[in-house]
Design a protein around this ligand. Structure first.
Ligand SMILES: Nc1ncnc2c1ncn2[C@@H]1O[C@H](COP(=O)(O)OP(=O)(O)OP(=O)(O)O)[C@@H](O)[C@H]1O
Length: 309
């Protein structure tokens, strides 16, 4: 059985190797390698113009790469088996055009027809995204969160193996974002592979399995947030609270082990990861008298600025 007729998803539903795309003199995608295993929630981040949308369009077969290998859902994008494989891919663009006068149910029926997906899935998807109660209402009466959930439902028509989500949580409130990611978690647990872009790094940091940071068309770092912390070796921050005398003593005890920043009511010590235990040992004699000690890992935003800025 060949890959196109197989219903078994490949172990790596997204494989890019040496992918390049230029627009005139501009190298928008400059040699990207990416492998995303089945069931992973993978984030793609980067500055405006970094090449994220171009890469999405290449993976969806909407734009041809100039060179390189692009495989999605187990087949070469644009190749002889692509038409069939495209049905196993869902896409939620950043701005999905919806017909305001259609109801939620009619909207899904419209997309199901376009995609050749069974209409029988519509009710189930409306329930899955929490729109069962609003299925009869015109889209014009939907909130932003409801529209995004309807967008996700259309992307899920045909039970895709791979989902591409472009800024799907833009404009959603914190509760809606939480629910959106819970839904993605459930899809991942059933083996759906999800590629997601977002400019809200704090949001991605807690949720993605791995991510790639794209800058000027190149992947400049790739891995789990923790792996990137270790790879990029950005300093940890210890924040100490206590009396001014104690903070001064802590600063002296830290010595060359950390870069110290004395704030009005706290001392911040920025320390390289491999010297953390040495620093804690130096501070140990003071620990009993400190009011508080907090260790903060570099955030995804720190990591991003560490490589992409
Ligand atoms: N059709 C096109 N013709 C010419 N240049 C293009 C075209 N599409 C994209 N570009 C250029 O390629 C580069 C990458 O654009 P792309 O839209 O992929 O970036 P992005 O990372 O998605 O940015 P954003 O976060 O702003 O959406 C940009 O410099 C953009 O101007």
């Amino acid at each position: 059985m060949d890959a196109a007729s197989s219903t078994v998803p490949p172990a790596e539903p997204i494989v890019l190797a040496g992918v390049r795309k230029a627009f005139g003199p501009l190298q928008a995608v400059a040699g990207v390698d990416l492998r995303v295993p089945r069931g992973e929630l993978f984030g793609l981040i980067g500055h405006n113009g970094a090449g994220k949308s171009t890469l999405f369009r290449i993976m969806l077969g909407l734009t041809d790469a100039d060179s390189g290998r692009v495989e999605v859902a187990g087949v070469a994008v644009g190749g002889p088996q692509w038409r069939e494989a495209r049905r196993r891919i869902g896409y939620l663009p950043e701005q999905l055009a919806l017909y305001e006068s259609l109801s939620g149910r009619e909207t899904l029926a419209f997309f199901a027809k376009l995609k050749g997906a069974p209409r029988a899935q519509i009710e189930q998807l409306l329930e899955l995204v929490g729109l069962g109660h609003a299925a009869e209402r015109a889209v014009r009466t939907y909130s932003k969160g409801m529209r995004q959930r309807l967008g996700l439902a259309q992307a899920l028509l045909g039970d895709p193996q791979v989902l591409f989500l472009d800024e799907p949580t833009n404009g959603l409130d914190p509760q809606a974002i939480k629910e959106f990611y819970e839904l993605l978690g459930a899809l991942g647990a059933r083996g759906t592979t999800i590629l997601i872009t977002s400019h809200i790094l704090a949001e991605l940091q807690q949720r993605v399995d791995r991510l790639a940071i794209l800058a000027n068309g190149k992947v400049v770092a790739q891995g789990s947030v923790q792996a990137l912390r270790e790879q990029l070796a950005l300093p940890l921050t210890l924040t100490l609270r206590g009396t001014p005398e104690l903070l001064q003593a802590a600063r002296e005890a830290a010595g060359d082990c950390a870069r110290a920043l004395l704030l009005p009511e706290a001392l911040q010590l920025h320390c390289e990861r491999h010297r953390k235990m040495e620093l804690l040992a130096r501070l140990a004699p003071l620990a009993g008298r400190l009011a508080d000690l907090e260790i903060t890992e570099p955030s995804l935003e720190d990591l991003y600025f560490g490589v992409a800025a």
